[in-house]
Design a protein around this ligand. Structure first.
Ligand SMILES: *Cc1c(COP(=O)(O)O)cnc(C)c1O
Length: 434
């Protein structure tokens, strides 16, 4: 499979190059040259296949010969290594729980797949690779755990001091070994600025092989299709009609992976882009006018994005046809008040605890089903509520238990290096860490 740059169709690269480079010229996103179709027999009999086989079928055409099949099998085993159950909340709305992985968020899947591909491709490199990321909370943990203990790779994570939740902080800072956490006295934007400076700094790049673990990397984007198929396998057990699929969206990578799977043959009646107050795409779907905005902070902060970078891939999937896009996707914008109300109400009525991102999805799905009462579907549960304790505990007036998967991690000690927003401190750290 070849991938072309959406900003310059002439630039075509293989899976390996796209994975290592992340993006093409002019920061263009890579997109697969063809959309491989699922066999109908496979799609209507998913229950006859193991989760592993489904994941392998999903990924093999995108990787091609570039990773030997036995290694790809290994990578898949390590990627789909935790349960992803589809649970009923109401008669009409189910939730795909994507938060049983090591950092309790769906990003574990993309991060684990990408880290292992990178590690395979860079294996024979004599220079050590340094993965450098800025995080507002969720991405950093998934990347840290994805790369933990992989040979030849160091990970340096910058996060804003006192602005991530206790669970998120432990996930960033307690691993140690090849994972370095830098606690910055400043905001997430300050973290991002320092990372950008590092990528353009000559001395650093002469001495280190720096790479990013950006969410637009195809090796993070493509494996997200896997769990849509795993959802369908469970859906087919008790439903006949195609589901409405509702995805809490920020950068639109997750929903774009679901749409890609749909274009390959995955049945879906409709897609819903569930957004918080950052309503660029819901507005676009109403007006055909794409107006990027400055992100505003909300309770569902992993979706506080003012210019969703993966949306260009969605446009490409739909052949730049606004009308077909509008037929398949509806957008909703849910504010913090409604988010809190939804968390409280669903807990009271169904004894189910939604995190703020899933609450945005639930409220969007309810609105859509009011307008389309004969349909049913599922929302994606992208994070465990314990990662956002302030918002959730406030809404349900109850403390949330720490899940077993991370009780050991919570006992470990936090290890960080504090830095200021002065670039010199980051430069010194990067050049002298080993
Ligand atoms: C990253 C994230 C999202 C948004 O996913 P996109 O692919 O950026 O649209 C939603 N929910 C949670 C919990 C996240 O961490």
């Amino acid at each position: 499979m070849k991938y072309y740059n959406l900003k310059d169709n002439q630039e075509k690269v293989d899976f390996k190059t796209a994975t290592i480079k992340g993006q093409g010229k002019d920061k263009g996103l890579f997109f697969p040259e063809s959309i491989p179709q699922f066999e109908e027999e496979f799609m209507s009999n998913l229950h006859q296949y193991s989760d592993h086989e489904i994941a392998y079928q999903c990924m093999k055409d995108f990787v091609g010969e570039e990773i030997p099949s036995e290694i790809l099998h290994e990578i898949i085993s390590e990627t789909v290594s935790f349960e992803i159950p589809l649970k009923k909340i109401t008669d009409k709305i189910s939730i795909l729980e994507l938060f049983h992985g090591p950092t309790l968020a769906f990003k574990d899947i993309g991060a684990r797949f990408m880290s292992r591909c990178l590690s395979f491709f860079l294996n024979n490199n004599d220079k050590k690779v340094t993965v450098l990321v800025a995080t507002s909370g969720d991405t950093g943990g998934a990347v840290a755990h994805g790369f933990y203990d992989l040979p030849g790779i160091d990970v340096v994570i910058l996060y804003p001091k006192n602005r991530v939740s206790p669970v998120q902080e432990k996930q960033l800072t307690a691993l140690g070994n090849n994972i370095y956490a830098l606690e910055l006295n400043g905001t997430f934007d300050d973290c991002q600025n320092l990372v950008k400076q590092a990528f353009s700094d000559e001395e650093i790049n002469n001495n280190l092989f720096l790479t990013s673990a950006n969410s637009i990397n195809i090796a993070r984007w493509l494996p997200q299709q896997i769990y849509y198929l795993l959802a369908m396998k469970q859906w087919q057990k008790y439903e006949h009609a195609a589901p409405v699929v509702c995805v809490p969206s920020g950068n639109f990578g997750n929903i774009c992976a679901g749409l890609l799977a749909h274009f390959r043959g995955l049945p879906a009646a409709h897609f819903i882009a569930a957004c918080n107050a950052n309503d660029i795409i819901p507005n676009y779907l109403k007006t055909n006018n794409l107006q990027p905005q400055k992100a505003v902070p909300t309770l569902s902060n992993a979706m506080d994005v003012g210019n969703p970078s993966n949306f260009v891939r969605i446009m490409e999937l739909f052949g730049q046809q606004f009308n077909s896009l509008q037929d398949k996707i509806s957008g909703y914008s849910i504010d913090d008040k409604k988010t809190r109300q939804t968390i409280a109400e669903i807990y009271k009525k169904y004894n189910y605890i939604l995190d703020p991102h899933a609450a945005v999805a639930f409220a969007s799905m309810e609105q859509y089903l009011q307008e389309n009462p004969d349909q049913k579907g599922f929302i994606l549960g992208t994070a465990h509520p314990v990662k956002f304790p302030d918002a959730v505990e406030n809404a349900i007036q109850t403390e949330i238990n720490i899940p077993e998967a991370i009780t050991d991690l919570m006992k470990k000690e936090k290890k960080t290096v504090e830095i200021s927003s002065d670039f010199e401190e980051l430069r010194r750290f990067l050049l002298h860490k080993n």
